[in-house]
Design a protein around this ligand. Sequence first.
Ligand code: KG4
Ligand code: ZN
Length: 340
Amino acid sequence: MVKEKIYILGIESSCDDTAASVLCDGKILSNVVANQSIHKAYGGVVPELASRAHQQNIIPVVDQALKEAGVSKLALSAVAFTRGPGLMGSLLVGTSFAKSLAFSLEIPLIEVNHMQAHILAHFIEKSGYEKPKFPFLAMTVSGGHTQIVQVKDYFDMTVIGETIDDAVGEAFDKSGKLLGLGYPAGPEIDKRAKLGNPKAFHFTKPKVKGLNFSFSGLKTAILYFVKNKSIENPNFIENNLNDICASIQYTIVGILLDKLKLAVSQTGINRIAIGGGVSANSGLREALKKAQQKHGWIPYIPAFEYTTDNAAMIAIVGFLKYIKNDFTTQEITAQSRLKI
Ligand code: KG4
Ligand code: ZN
């Protein structure tokens, strides 16, 4: 008997990206993301505008994902959606859409935790990519979160460290704003850092005990640094932008690596997977490759398309839950503070 193929539609709408993806038996057939450029004018995500943009984008994005995959909605086995964490108004759009679609097609509905999805994105089938072996440590670094998670199995995860204030992506974005860079500033800082001297300026790393992080002090330090230097020389930022970016990135990556070293020594696990928007950062990727040579770590670095928010990661979690018959009901509601 030929085994029937499993087709999962994944839907992601937790923040400012509306995304849909179709997956067949662990392989991604389409991965569509509509970014909301409207927030650029405000230097950050405006929740009400995000929710409205999701409402406009959701149908065309899902339609495009099905078309690109060459799959009819009637062939879908299940619909998986991000239940949380995220912005309530944004989550509600994806949740309501997924519920209605699953109901009308009479197929199972699968809830997905966005942070688990950033980690389980490593299990998407990709030629030449070796998936992590359990147990491993996952560091999720995004605009909303910074966590170190001990992953014993697909759905057996424990958060062993997290930020006590700003997320690391916010540290990039807020520093960039001070430097007059657009939103989100992370990619721009990354680009400029490649052209600058990482040791040009020194920023003190925060002292936080254990595996927790703090980034708000760094942001304040950068604010005063830039203000004082600009009093001495009004063109300071303009004249030193690449060096400032390189020094900020060097400090942030140093903070992340210090905590990872501690996590490795505390748990005895040296398999390290990174996920979330900041895992696209070239400085972080380089630092992990160096740690592989220096400390024998085994790093798992995701493909760029699975770093920032996307629905392929939602679809893979949907698939992993589908094969264990882990479905949810139509009573489900979005939860903005959903924990791992
Ligand atoms: O995972 P994500 O798309 O959304 C959230 O769940 O927050 O992460 C977005 C964050 C933003 O803060 C953005 O500046 C940061 O990821 N980011 C980067 C890079 N690419 C995206 N930060 C540093 N370097 C990058 N190359
Ligand atoms: Zn995310």
